[in-house]
Design a protein around this ligand. Structure first.
Ligand code: AQP
Length: 332
């Protein structure tokens, strides 16, 4: 049976990019593979970027990330869901992988390049991020990794690390493959400034748990087709991020209506955005309700995370034992 692994950083509120790009696939694969779907709030990753790491907020963001995942439909009694720092084997395997990974490979990662150029002083942990991600996945010998397109390069490096380990120490790890949601490979930020990302701040994101009036304030000012200056100008939905969001939240009829309306100037951008808000309201309101119920029962969430860490360690420990033996550490 395939084994699924994926992680999500508690660097801020989960957004619709995370949701459509990754979390919905967590739910789908969770329903198929049960406890063999292993998901993790990757707090060790979240501390690698000083631009988005806020110690005073980390625990709360970690808790809220679990709430959000449960609220969108992940059932912790059916899948394995835990917090990365609660399973120390991630760090142990990661260290071994850093010894197999050339610094040049790590420096070539585009996410590293993007983030490091914003920083005056670059922590070594930011460079090592992909080795930790490889450890996250391979610690469970996972072969299936639901992620957004921005993780493609990291998954490729994970495959390479698996190959290197197998070559050096004997066949141990599978070469995992990424699973994408083709409709949501890379959802743009609502500020029109590239990929939606938590670490880009609130102006980029539409949080899945964000109040609908706050979402409307962002949609209202969101850029649309820049060539559509007046209400009477025809627009091009193919270059409009609002239309990208319609494809995620609206039914086929609505998508066709706003597409045609935009091209013929039959619908203005504000009305198009209001239609989108209606679709978002329908989709997100039940998630908001479930999240409120979970927040009102923090012991349920904490117990689920404690149980998840136990389950994850039960899988990770024997694999780590095998790794230690193959690497040649003294066993007492
Ligand atoms: N815009 C997106 N479109 C589609 N998928 C996305 N993912 C993230 N952004 C998009 C996918 O969500 C999963 C969790 O990734 P993450 O926690 O790294 O999310 P993030 O919002 O990208 O977080 P940060 O803190 O802002 O990280 P960086 O700065 O690394 O982008 C992943 O599967 C991701 O692909």
């Amino acid at each position: 049976m395939p084994r699924v692994f994926s992680g999500i950083q508690p660097t801020g509120e989960p957004h619709i990019g995370n949701y459509f790009g990754a979390m919905r696939n967590y739910v789908r694969l969770g329903e198929e593979f049960g406890k063999n779907s292993i998901y993790c709030v990757v707090d060790l990753h979240a501390i690698t970027n000083p631009a988005s790491f806020e110690p005073a907020l980390l625990a709360q963001r970690t808790f809220e990330m679990a709430v959000a995942n449960f609220a969108v439909g992940l059932d912790p009694s059916r899948v394995t869901f835990f917090v990365q720092s609660h399973v120390p084997e991630h760090q142990e395997l990661s260290w071994i992988f850093t010894t197999l990974t050339p610094v040049g490979e790590l420096e070539r990662m585009t996410q590293y390049k993007d983030k490091s150029e914003q920083l005056e002083s670059v922590p070594a942990g930011l460079l090592m991020y992909p080795a930790l991600m490889a450890a996250d996945i391979l610690l469970y010998k996972a072969d299936t990794v639901p992620v957004g397109e921005d993780q493609t390069q990291h998954i490729e490096l994970t495959r390479e690390i698996a190959r290197k380990f197998n070559h050096a120490f004997g066949e141990t790890f599978p070469e995992p493959r990424a699973v994408y949601n083709k409709q949501a490979l890379r959802i743009p930020g609502v500020d029109g400034n590239g990929k939606m990302g938590k670490s880009k701040g609130e102006s980029s994101t539409i949080g899945i748990l964000e109040p609908l009036d706050a979402i409307w304030q962002k949609l209202r000012v969101a850029p649309t087709d820049p060539a559509r200056v007046r209400r009477t100008d025809p627009g091009n939905p193919d270059v409009c991020l609002i239309f990208d969001y319609h494809k995620l939240f609206s039914g086929l009829d609505t998508i066709q209506t706003v597409d045609a309306g935009c091209r013929t100037a039959g619908i203005g951008c504000i009305d198009c955005k209001k239609t989108l808000l209606a679709g978002m309201t329908e989709h997100l309101s039940p998630i908001h309700e479930r999240a409120e119920a979970l927040k009102a029962d923090p012991d349920f969430v904490r117990d689920a995370l404690a149980q998840g860490a136990k389950e994850a360690r039960a899988v990770a420990r024997p694999i780590m034992e095998e790794v230690r033996e193959k690497v040649g550490f003294l066993k007492l």
